[in-house]
Design a protein around this ligand. Structure first.
Ligand code: IPM
Ligand code: MG
Length: 354
């Protein structure tokens, strides 16, 4: 199994090695991982002057999956968008046609007191956010800053084609069939034409899935429902920008953004696996970050890219066991808990695997 390991910046450099450590424990006769590390984001700008250098793309092209950390470094804030660390992610999603971003939001029972919401509101929470990843304001043109009438004007364009909406809608309906059979599609069709088209196309695709219950929710009201009654949601289908925002919000229901994995997929098995959180420059280099989101992302990689569901289950069970036995990194610790560092948390999960 060829894995491109792209730790990126900040805490990415600390959490990704923990996931690699976990994957190595799974090796057995007939199952071997071949890890090739490559720079991305700010680290790549420092080395090559480019957030996604050709050298890194070559490593990725030779791999079956990408294990990704995080990108972003405030020292590059002054650069134009297509030179900043985050561009690497936007470019890679486009270059490899990764249009479908799966962000499962599940509550670990052991952490029900770590959430900022009351335990009775989040009990049983099991939500899958399916975020479109190749369209919307992230890629639409025109974009940029121009001068008009002597002042600067910033422009970005929300744009979706019917076929982009159709293919992500199919992903959501198919996922719902393996779950509780419900899709809630998010838009802002009361104000935006693009989002009116989104609602129309999702509704049309939904006709092919009469066994799945489809509802629509405006994004503002969905943000409210997510904290009022989050367990009503099964699959939440979102455009790119709204999914970015709602998935950070949803992560807090589980106690910490440091727990949430994601998979970015195209039509085939190739995928990019990353925690949904960022590079957290304030935590970087302190052995304080929670590696669980990255370790769970590696589990998604085993399941979706390498057809190793039993190994994926094993990793998830080990995380569950470690948390149940009391593993707490700083983000999920409460007063009086003993707090583990990043490396120690990785070791505890490795032990739970054995
Ligand atoms: C995410 C991140 C990225 C995004 C950034 C780093 C470009 O926030 O994956 O959620 O906005 O998509
Ligand atoms: Mg985000």
């Amino acid at each position: 199994m060829q894995v491109a390991v792209l730790p990126g910046d900040g805490i990415g450099l600390e959490i990704v090695p923990q996931a690699v450590k976990v994957l190595k424990v799974l090796e057995r006769p007939g199952l071997k991982f071949d890890f090739t590390e490559a720079p991305v984001g700010g680290t790549a700008i420092d080395l090559f002057g480019n957030p996604l250098p050709e050298e890194t793309l070559a490593v990725v092209r030779a791999s079956g999956a990408i294990l990704f950390g995080a990108v972003g470094d405030p020292k590059f804030d002054h650069l134009p968008q297509d030179k900043k660390p985050g561009f690497a992610l936007r470019k890679m999603r486009q270059e490899f046609g990764l249009f479908s971003n799966l962000r499962p939001v599940t509550l670990f029972d052991a952490l029900k007191d770590a959430s900022s919401l009351k335990p009775e509101i989040i009990a049983g929470l099991d939500l899958l956010i399916i975020r479109e990843l190749n369209g919307d304001i992230y890629y639409g043109t025109p974009r940029g800053i121009t001068i008009e009438d002597g002042e600067r004007v910033g422009t970005n364009t929300m744009r979706y084609t019917e076929s982009q909406i159709e293919r992500i809608a199919h992903v959501a309906f198919q996922a719902a069939r393996t779950r509780r059979g419900k899709v809630c599609s998010i838009d802002k069709s009361n104000v935006l034409e693009t989002m009116g088209l989104w609602r129309e196309v999702v509704t049309a695709v939904g006709k092919q899935y009469p066994d799945v219950a489809l509802t629509h929710q405006l994004v503002d009201s969905a943000a409210m429902m997510l904290v009022r009654n989050p367990t009503q949601f099964d699959v939440m289908l979102t455009p790119n920008l709204f999914g970015d925002i709602l998935s950070d919000q949803a992560s807090m229901l589980t106690g910490s953004i440091g727990l949430l994995p994601s998979a970015s997929m195209g039509e085939g098995k190739f995928g990019l696996y990353e925690p949904i959180h960022g590079s957290a420059p304030d935590l970087a280099g302190k052995n304080m970050a929670n590696p669980i989101a990255t370790i769970l992302s590696a589990a998604m990689m085993l399941r979706h890219s390498f057809d190793l569901p039993a190994e994926a289950d094993r990793v998830e069970a080990a995380v569950l066991k470690a948390l149940t036995d009391g593993l707490r990194t700083g983000d999920i610790a409460r007063k009086g808990d003993s707090v583990s560092g990043t490396r120690e948390a990785g070791d505890i999960i490795v032990n739970a695997l054995n």
